[in-house]
Design a protein around this ligand. Structure first.
Ligand code: SF4
Length: 349
């Protein structure tokens, strides 16, 4: 049985052609599945009966089962817990300016069940890697979010960020295929798609050659080698100096600005000297810094920085002409940080 959710248009044409059906049936199937989000062969009204009977026998949609849904107190952030097979993943929907005409709905998708990168502040990283998600598993998070929005009379997801559970570049092929599918079939422009990595250098170099208009975001969280290694073990494999050289290469090759994610933890990486070290790395280059209040995860001993410290850190960067914004941390009241809802679900099982 073939999971149609993981197939792009060419795959679908190849699949149906290999079974003796004309290529245009593959294109019709693609429209039903990825453009119209119809996952019931019986509702694909322009497909002939023999073709539908073939699909019933040979194909399926590996849809995630919605296990849980929580909504933040302000109603802007919804978090979904989806089960694919035996595994649960989270996806987070963040609405901005929901009551205004030009509203925005950003979906934060997961790319792996668990994660092998072991970042110290991250609930997902504490549990290790279980498996990569398939292309269809990644796309189906978007299908669920769009169904949720449609049921409330709201516009579909406008932006997708690959910042949920897992390291996207550790599942590179599936992630890139899902990016292309989202762009081709879900009406989301490349410029509205962001992939965030903890700093896998070979894949950064690989992405530079893909010629995609998406945004690359890199989690730094520390601007010197010992501090970054303490927070992010990946720094021992790909040290900061080599990572910055790779990012400079990426900017040179693509001409695209790179977003630097920096989560601030009280007394750990939020001092004036940390801001100066970060500015030394980035000043005068095509970077934009997103400062995020560190999301406290149980048992790590890390605490989020105060609003005053975050403002002072931002001002220090601005003084060095480093473009910076402070991102609000949405959904804290619903276990907003990556992997927290899943971790709670596992504890309660
Ligand atoms: S922050 Fe991202 S890369 Fe690091 S452990 Fe968590 S999911 Fe993995």
């Amino acid at each position: 049985m073939v999971d149609l959710l993981s197939l792009d248009q060419k795959d679908m044409v190849d699949f149906v052609s290999a079974h003796g059906f004309p290529a245009f049936r593959g294109r019709q199937l693609f429209q039903w599945c990825h453009e119209k989000s119809v996952f019931d062969f019986g509702r694909m009204t322009d497909l002939p009966k023999d073709f539908r009977a073939f699909l019933e026998k040979e194909a399926f949609f590996d849809r995630g089962e919605l296990l849980g849904e929580s909504l933040s107190d302000d109603g802007e952030t919804a978090k979904f817990l989806l089960r694919f097979g035996d595994d649960c993943v989270e996806t987070v929907l963040m609405r901005y300016d929901r009551m205004k005409a030009r509203n925005r709905a950003t979906l934060c998708v997961s790319t792996q069940v668990g994660c092998a990168m072991g970042c110290k502040f991250c609930a997902t990283g504490q549990g290790g890697l279980v498996r990569n998600l398939s292309v269809g598993n990644i796309l189906d998070q978007l299908n669920h979010a769009n169904a949720y929005l449609k049921s409330r009379g709201e516009r579909p997801v406008s932006n997708v960020v690959y910042m949920g559970m897992g390291e996207p570049f550790a599942n590179y092929e599936a992630v890139l295929k899902s990016v292309r599918l989202i762009n081709a079939a879900k009406g989301i422009g490349m410029r509205r798609i962001t992939i965030s990595t903890c700093g896998l250098i070979p894949e950064i170099d690989r992405l530079a050659k893909e010629d995609l208009q998406l945004t690359l975001a890199v989690s730094l969280h520390g601007a010197n080698e010992p501090l970054r290694s303490r927070l992010m073990p990946i720094n021992k494999r790909y040290p900061l100096a080599e990572l910055m050289a790779a990012l400079d290469r990426y900017i040179e090759a693509t001409g695209r600005r790179v977003t630097v994610e920096y989560a601030l933890f009280d007394g750990v990486n939020d001092r004036r000297s940390d801001a100066d070290a970060l500015a030394d790395l980035l000043a005068g280059k095509l970077y934009h810094v997103n400062l995020v209040p560190g999301n406290p995860v149980c048992d790590t001993g890390l605490k989020r920085s105060s609003a005053q410290k975050i403002a002072a850190f931002a001002a220090r960067l601005e003084k060095r002409s480093v473009p910076v914004s402070v991102r609000e941390s949405k959904g804290n009241d619903i276990d907003g940080a990556c992997g927290q809802l899943r971790a709670r679900h596992r504890r309660e099982k």
